[in-house]
Design a binder for this molecule. Sequence first.
Ligand SMILES: Nc1nc2c(c(=O)[nH]1)N[C@H]1C(S)=C(S)[C@@H](COP(=O)(O)OP(=O)(O)OC[C@H]3O[C@@H](n4cnc5c(=O)[nH]c(N)nc54)[C@H](O)[C@@H]3O)O[C@H]1N2
Ligand SMILES: Nc1nc2c(c(=O)[nH]1)N[C@H]1C(S)=C(S)[C@@H](COP(=O)(O)OP(=O)(O)OC[C@H]3O[C@@H](n4cnc5c(=O)[nH]c(N)nc54)[C@H](O)[C@@H]3O)O[C@H]1N2
Ligand SMILES: [Mo]
Length: 789
Amino acid sequence: MQKSSSDGPGGERSDDRLEVTPPKTWAAGVPAVYHAMEYSLSQTSPRRTGLTLLNLNQEPGFDCPGCAWPDPAPGKRPMNEYCENGAKHTNDEATSRRVTPEFFARHSVDELAAKSDRWLNQQGRLTRPMVKRPGSRHYEPISWSSALELLADELRGLDSPDEAVFYTSGRASNEAAFVLQLFARAFGTNNLPDCSNMCHESSGSALNETLGIGKGDVSLPDIHHADLILTVGQNPGTNHPRMLSALEETKRRGGRIVAVNPLPEAGLARFKNPQKPRGVVGRGTQIADRFLHIKVGGDLALFQALNMLLLEAEEAAPGTVLAHEFIGTHTKGFEEFAEHLRASFSWPRVEEATGLTRAQIEEVRDMVLESRRVIVCWAMGITQHKHGVPTIREMVNFLLLRGNIGRPGAGACPVRGHSNVQGDRTMGIWERMPDSFLDALGREFDFEPPREHGLDSVNAIRAMRDGKVKVFLGLAGNFVRATPDSEVTEAAMRRCRLTAHISTKLNRSHAVCGETALILPTLGRTERDVQAGGEQFVTVEDSMSQVHASRGVLEPASKQLLSEVAILSRLARATLGDKVPAARWERFEADYGCVRDHISRVVPGFEDFNTRVSRPGGFGLPNPVNEGRFPTPSGKALFSRNEFEALSAPEGHLILQTLRSHDQWNTVPYTDNDRYRGIHGSRRVVFVNPADLRALGLAEGAAVDLVGVWRDGVERRAEDFRVVPYPTSRGCAAAYYPETNVLVPLDSVADISNTPTSKGVVVRLEPRERAAAAGAEALTGAVAEGGAA
Ligand SMILES: Nc1nc2c(c(=O)[nH]1)N[C@H]1C(S)=C(S)[C@@H](COP(=O)(O)OP(=O)(O)OC[C@H]3O[C@@H](n4cnc5c(=O)[nH]c(N)nc54)[C@H](O)[C@@H]3O)O[C@H]1N2
Ligand SMILES: Nc1nc2c(c(=O)[nH]1)N[C@H]1C(S)=C(S)[C@@H](COP(=O)(O)OP(=O)(O)OC[C@H]3O[C@@H](n4cnc5c(=O)[nH]c(N)nc54)[C@H](O)[C@@H]3O)O[C@H]1N2
Ligand SMILES: [Mo]
C-alpha cells in the first residue's frame, strides 16, 4: 500500500491550548463589532481602520473583498454596510506590516514552506518583485522589467502554448480578468483554470443545462419578498454575514426560513443585527423556522422526497399543486421526470440517506404548499459532492414544479464566494468559454482564439504532475492550498520550470514553487491606483449580477507595487510584442476605461459600460430567465431525471466534510479560534457526534490521525487532531480546510463539474499513541447529542 502523509505545513500539531466551550446559538451582535475591531487594530492603525471601514461598500468607495453578497441600492445602504468578517478581511489587506527583501534573505523557501498558513499571512504585504533562481533556496529582488522579461522568455520558449496555465482567483477585477484571458488566448491557450472549479462549478454546470444560464435568477428584493427560503449547505453567519440582514428582512415581512445542514450553525439560528438598535440590545431575530439536521450528502434524497410529495399532493387534489401553465409553456421533460421519480423512489432509502424522518420532510412540504414564492439558496455544502450537479438539478426540478423560477420573490440562488468570482467568469475566465464569446473576442481583436478546451484546476494539477505543463501563473489566490491532495499538488507544483504569482500577501504557493519562481506584488482593492491616464477604478459583479465600480482610498503598501492590469499588460507586451496589434496593451495600463470599451463590445450586457458603471450602484446584467426566456437549445427550462445517490462509509468510518472556521478567509486563517462553534486556540480539531464517539470508543479530547480511505488504496493521513463532541449528524464529521486538503483525493471529483469532493471524504479516526488524558482535562463544555439549535 502506498503511503502519503502530512501533518500540515510547519509540522503543526494540535496543542494543549485548545479550549472548547458550548457552541453559540446566535450570530453577530456587539461581539462581532468587537472582534472586527480587535483584529483590524492588530493589523493597522485606528486611522487606517477608520478610513477603510468608512469607504467599504460605499459610493464612491471600494467593494468589500469579503464575499459576493450584493449591497442594497444606494440610498438604502446603511453607513456601515459591512460585517465583522468583511472588516477583518479588509484590514488584513490594509495591514501596516511589510514583507521586505531582507525578510527573504533571512528565510529560505524551505523555511517558509515549514511555516503555517497563518504565520505566512501575518508577515504582511508583499512590497517588491522577487525571484528565486534555479538552484537557489532564497528569493532575491528583481526589477519589474527583468521579472516580466524572464517570464515572457519562459513562455516563448515552450513547445506549445498549452504547456502554460493561467489560474485566477475570484478577487481579480473584471478589467484584470479580461486582460488575462485576452493575453492567454492571444498567446494560444484556453488553460484558464480558476477557483470556481473548486467552488460553484457544480452550480454552473447544473444551471446551464437546465435553465440555459450558469447563474441564479434571484435579486436582493426577491430575498426580501420570498414567502419561503430554503438555505441549504451554507453557513451565512460566517461566510455571508450580510445575508443575515436580508433574511432578517424576509422574516420581518412574514417569510419563513428552513435551514438544511449537518451542523446547527449559529447564524442559521438567531441573528442580532449590529446595525440596528434592536440587534444591539434585544434578543435578535430567529432566522430558521425549521432546521433539518441532514446527513452529509443527503440533499439529493431530500429534494427527490419533496418532489415526490408534491407529485402526490397534485394527484390527491388535481390542478391545485403544480404550475401547469408554466410547466406546459416554459419547460420540457416533465412527464419523463415524474415517471422516473415515481418508479425509482423509496422512503427507507431517503430516511437512511438524510437521517430525517418522513414526517419532518412532510412538514416542509406543507410549508412549500403554503408559499407562493419560494427560493432555494445554497453553497459549498451542495457543490463539493460527487453528486453535486444532480443535487442542484433536482433543486431546479423542485422550483420548476410550482413555477418558482423567473418571477419576483422566487428562484435559484447559488450564493457565491469570492467577491468577483462571478464577474471573472463573465469576463471569459473559463477553460471552456462558448464559441459565441470566442467569436466576439476574435472579431474585436482581429485574431483567431484557440477553440480546444483548456485545463481546469484538477486537470492542470494532473498535467503539471505528468510534466505536460511547465509554466504556472496565478492571478491572486493560493493554488497549492486551495486544491486537493496536497502532497500530489505540491509535488506537481515543484515539478514546474517556472511558477509566478501576482499576489498581495505571502502564502504557501510562494514557498512550494517551481525551479524558478516569481513573486509579483500588486495593489489591493483598498489602495489608490494612479496610472498615466489618471486615477483609476475597477469593476466587479456581485452574486446577483449587479456590476459596479470599486475605487481604493489608501496609499499603496509600497511604491514598487503595480496594479494587476499593469502587470498583465506589460507581460502581454513582453511576451507577444505586436502579435495582436488591436490589443493596445500600453493603453490598457494607462486607462482602464479603454479595457471597458473593449468589454462593452465583446461581452453581452455590457453595452455602454463606461457610462453605465459611473452611475451610483452601477447596473444589473440582463437575466433572460427573469424575462421568461430560457437560453437552452430547446428554449425551455429542463426537468431532469437524476439517479438516486448518497454517501456511505464502511463500519467504523465517518464521512468528513472540510469547512471554514469563523476566523479564516479561505486558505488564510486569521486566528486559531472559531467562536460560534466554541473552539479556541487550535484548528486541529475534528467535530464528531457524541454517539459516534461512543461507538468508536473514543474519548472527548482524544488525539487522533484522520486517515482517508479511497478506492485508489493510497493512505492519506492528516496527523494529530483533537476529537470534539459536537451536534453534527450521525456518521458525519467536520474539520477545517485547508489543513485537511491532504485527505481529498485528486481523482475524487464531482460528476460533470470536476469539482473536488471536499465535503465528502471517508475517513477513520486513528488514536495516536500519545495519551490524550492530559489534554482532555483542558476541555470543558458538554454538547447535547444531536441537539439542534
Ligand atoms: N469569512 C469568510 N467569508 C467567506 C469565505 C471565508 O473563507 N471566510 N469564503 C468565501 C468563499 S470562496 C465561499 S465559496 C463561501 C463559502 O461559504 P459556505 O459554503 O458557507 O462555506 P463552508 O464553510 O465550506 O460551509 C459549508 C456549509 O455547508 C454545510 N454542509 C456540509 N456538507 C453538507 C451537506 O452535505 N449538505 C448540507 N445541506 N450542508 C452541508 C456545512 O455544515 C457548512 O455549514 O464563503 C465566502 N465567504
Ligand atoms: N478542502 C477544501 N478545499 C477547498 C474548499 C473547501 O471548502 N474545502 N473551498 C474551495 C473554494 S470554495 C475556493 S473559492 C478556493 C479558494 O482558493 P483561492 O482563491 O486560490 O485562495 P484564497 O485563499 O482566496 O487566496 C488567498 C491569496 O490571494 C491573494 N490575494 C488576496 N487579495 C488579492 C488581490 O486583491 N489581488 C491579488 N492579485 N491577490 C490577492 C493573497 O496573496 C492571498 O494569500 O479553495 C477551495 N478549496
Ligand atoms: Mo469559493
